[in-house]
Design a protein around this ligand. Structure first.
Ligand code: SF4
Ligand code: SF4
Length: 423
């Protein structure tokens, strides 16, 4: 039998499934396509079969492993907490160990995205040619109709100038006094290439609240696209590069405004260590990571009523979408709601299924856009029920997906990052 190194690490979780089927009521994928292999129970069963040598990584098995958003909605209600994220990711990594990555994914992950400068160069070329994608509205474009494989999907434009080309290495506290906290700012790919104004706004917000911000140029992609696709080797390499980039700065915390990145940086210790020494290093790094929502509350101790709502949002009603990587991966649920409810001049309406995944799930939406669209439509029904004018969240990936769903469902609501609402 092959060396099942990655699967052995998660055997206990797959084994703990008691087949109760609670996950079937909460899994967004299963709810749209009721096949047993779409849900955690079916996946745990198959992975146990691989461990016993009764199942192989066939083409069909690879497809089954791909049909999971890693949203952890099933984990939340699972009595023995089978940790399906670890099970599925380990199985994908095991598959890569045995069969290798597909050519395109290998090219994108290990040759392009993991080399910061090259990736930036590539993004600039894409930016120059994005006129090929017809404009939907504002800075949103869509896949041309002749590219049938992805449907008429909408994306934000690549920015004219990326954050990496606009950012300074150090920003001192705005009041000129010695900073009370010194943080490293983690950009992440989407903030860098698509939402650089948001990244710069975050730095301005932090410095205005007495924080010194350092932005190392040698930081990289957080590694989530690689680890979720089973390329643990590249994800480990990126983890080590990011730790090196921030370690030498001697900062108190590392702040990210992308829920996926902050959760990815915190979880190096969970998915990637190959030995004790690596585990300790990743754990020490995890302690420094803060998502902006928790940082505002726990570290800056800012009261929401002391924040100023931007004029354009005065009198509007907002609803909140929980990014999976915030609510379940980091247990951050109350802080953003407290901000929205506390902002003077803003009304808040909780949407039904606020914690339902937006449907993106990284590369899931590339291969299963039909399911992504159905989940997105469900999400938009929740938004409609609130009568909200705007949808607020804290993950650029969710922003992209929700924006697409709003357009697909002819909804007038625009999607904002929570930081965009405040002065
Ligand atoms: S909820 Fe958990 S224990 Fe129950 S069937 Fe699903 S994965 Fe297994
Ligand atoms: S992580 Fe999400 S998509 Fe995957 S099995 Fe659980 S609920 Fe379904």
């Amino acid at each position: 039998m092959k060396d099942l190194k990655e699967l052995k690490k998660i055997e206990q979780y797959a084994d703990s499934c008691i087949k109760c089927g609670f996950c079937t009521f909460f899994c967004p994928v299963y709810q749209e396509d009721k096949i047993e292999t779409n849900v955690a129970r079916g996946k745990n069963f198959l992975i146990r079969q691989i461990l016993k040598g009764e199942q192989k990584f066939t083409k069909e098995m690879q497809d089954i492993l791909g049909r999971c958003l890693l949203c952890k909605r099933c984990w939340f209600i699972c009595p023995p907490k089978t940790q399906i994220d670890r099970v599925v990711m380990a199985a994908r990594a095991q598959k890569v160990n045995e069969k290798g990555m597909g050519f395109i994914k290998r090219l994108i992950f290990s040759k392009l995205m993991s080399h910061r400068k090259l990736f930036g160069l590539f993004a600039k070329i894409v930016q120059k040619f994005q006129w090929i994608m017809p404009r939907t509205e504002g800075n949103v474009r869509h896949v041309p109709d002749f590219v049938k494989v992805m449907g008429r999907r909408n994306f934000p434009e690549f920015a004219k100038k990326f954050m990496r080309d606009r950012v300074k290495p150090v920003y001192e506290s705005a009041d000129g006094k010695p900073a009370k906290i010194r943080v490293g700012f983690f950009m992440g790919c989407l903030i860098d290439f698509m939402y650089p104004d948001l990244g710069l706004k975050a730095i301005e917000f932090l410095t205005r609240h007495g924080v010194e911000v350092v932005v190392p140029k040698d930081q990289n992609c957080c590694g989530i696209p690689m680890s979720t696709n089973g390329d643990f080797k590249t994800a480990r390499m990126l983890a080590n590069k990011n730790i090196e980039a921030f370690e030498k700065l001697n900062v108190d915390y590392i702040v990210s405004i992308c829920a996926t990145c902050s959760s990815g940086l915190k979880d190096y210790q969970k998915y990637l260590p190959e030995n004790e020494e690596q585990k300790k290093r990743y754990e020490a790094f995890e302690k420094k990571i803060k998502d902006i929502n928790e940082f505002i509350f726990d570290n800056l101790k800012i009261k929401p009523e002391d924040l100023t709502l931007k004029k354009e949002f005065q009198g509007k009603t907002a609803t909140w979408h929980d990014p999976c990587h915030l609510v379940r991966y980091q247990n951050i649920k109350d802080q953003p709601r407290a901000i929205l409810k506390g902002l003077n001049g803003l009304k808040y309406a909780e949407m039904p299924n606020a914690d339902l995944c937006c449907g993106m799930g990284g590369s899931f939406s590339v291969y299963h856009y039909d399911i992504t669209k159905k989940i997105g439509a469900k999400k938009m029904n929740g938004v409609k029920a609130t009568g909200a004018d705007i949808v607020v969240t804290a993950c650029p990936g969710c922003m992209m997906s929700l924006e697409d769903s709003a357009i697909q469902n002819n909804m007038p609501q625009k999607v904002y990052h929570i930081l965009e609402l405040v002065e």
